[in-house]
Ligand binder design. Sequence first.
Ligand code: ADP
Ligand code: MG
Length: 465
Amino acid sequence: MTGAGPNINPGLPTEIVALWQRVSERLRAEVGDAAFNSWLRPLDIGSFRDDRVMLTIPTRFMRDWVISHYFDRIVGLWENEAGTPSKIEIHVVPGSSVTSPVKSANIGNTEAPAPIAANAMVQEAGAPLDPRFTFADFVVGKANELAYAAARRVAESPTVPFNPLYLYGGVGLGKTHLMHAIAWHIRERDPSRKVLYLSAEKFMYQFITALRYKDVMEFKRLFRSVDVLMVDDVQFISGKESTQEEFFHTFNALVDQNRQVVISGDRSPPNLDGVEERMRSRLGWGLVADLHATDYELRVGILQSKVQSLGATEVPDQVLEFLAHRITSNVRELEGALNRVLAYANLVGRPINLETTQEVLRDLLRANDRRVTIEDIQKRVAEHYNIRLAEMQSPRRARAVARPRQVAMYLSKQLTARSLPEIGRKFGGRDHTTVMHAVRRIDDLRQADNGLAEDIDLLKRMLET
Ligand code: ADP
Ligand code: MG
């Protein structure tokens, strides 16, 4: 037996059992072994009456996944084999097919090997993976080449190349995409490897639930049993002491056993306010790779790839260039804009050109145009460096205030359309040459000083959103 439809209910008519096995085999041929083993093998036929087919699956998580990804296909194949319309339902029956890694290992269930059973548990604890977030769909440019290369290395390497891999960058720059891509790649190559992906929030939630139900042992066992742990948006773990403590121990236990850990955050480890010092320093021990804001070329590339993968109607280059030029905040917004243009053209049946694009995106373009003011910049920078706002105008030249003031001038030049003399005026009536000097100075310094470069990135991001 090839392994499809493994757990047949003995009360069922043999022709129905055979029918389900044929459906399973076709599914396996269509989706491939890896996806089949992970998601469809645990499906089982529970009962059959008239035209109603009840399938069972061990967890809700798997059910949701199967319904959203494979349900139409299952119905199609079943009806094809049965030759009549059928009503198919999928019910969660804990213990159906494979459930507990302990149980199936003990019983020696030959149809569903223990690693895959354990994987069902691990995936239940994690969050679903977005099928669009693969390496093939990730467009590489200067802004993300290091993060991409590191993610690929982690996904492809038979050993642990660096631990942890820490990915960081602003909203919508591809952190989650890369993490899912790692998970897909590993699962596809070797479905027996246990990959657990989840957000830091979900990690906390699971831990708190385990505490409440006095299930901490099980929690620990589960999280320490994975081959690859990926925790997304670690900045949300700040505060909550007991959770941080547990996170720290889980992290250390896995790293000690040479299991791969991948973490993402919205800023570099030393800047993770609210995360305990020992954790911050631990996060920086492996490879730290940041995703920068996209540049124009990368944005055009992403749009082109998206149009291609959607098999969408012709979109003139001019429109793509316009979008890449005007929507600079993040990739998510860029994709959203393209989707809106495509949807509109599709619905209204009008060709996509510059006019329709501008019309459809009027509100979005206006929001992206929202001008940052010099006052905003001064306020943010003063807060960031913890100096008084009045120092922006004061004549004091002590470095502790002069450097932040220069940063604010630099950002004013970068983020507003104001001229050097106008900027000078807002900084206590300074001369335009002083502003020019500040801009050059900061530009030079940020090449050499990572801390400063990061401060500037962070400030920019805060000012632009
Ligand atoms: P983050 O987790 O950093 O906030 P995401 O990974 O969720 O960002 O990315 C936001 C959206 O932008 C996703 O739809 C993702 O597929 C897309 N995206 C980001 N970077 C790229 C890229 N380099 N190539 C293709 N799509 C990208
Ligand atoms: Mg994300």
